[in-house]
Design a protein around this ligand. Structure first.
Ligand SMILES: [Zn+2]
Length: 95
């Protein structure tokens, strides 16, 4: 009689992956100081010029009469103001 070593039934432990209950998704997100996108007025030298195919380069701002060429004046609606010397010139021909 041969001893047949009966292999003990090894019950493999069925690893049941503990399904972590989905973390309750909160609809409310933690408030974050979100920087709201603001439409920034593009500033720069390029904003002083307008390039047209026909007319070519057009200056949108006048130069300061005091400071001379190179010093653009800011457009304030009905007047131009030089940020360099403070010179203000009212627009003459308003349409
Ligand atoms: Zn000026």
């Amino acid at each position: 009689m041969s001893e047949e070593a009966e292999e003990p039934e090894v019950k493999e432990e069925i690893e049941t992956e503990e399904l972590e209950e989905a973390v309750e998704e909160k609809p409310k997100k933690p408030e974050k100081p979100k920087a709201q996108k603001k439409k920034k007025e593009e500033k720069g030298a390029f904003s002083y010029y307008k390039i047209d195919e026909k007319e070519g380069l057009t200056r949108l701002r006048p130069f300061c009469e005091r400071c001379g060429p190179g010093y653009f004046m800011a457009d304030h609606g009905n007047r131009y103001t030089c940020g360099h010397c403070g010179f203000t010139r009212y627009k003459q021909n308003q349409q």
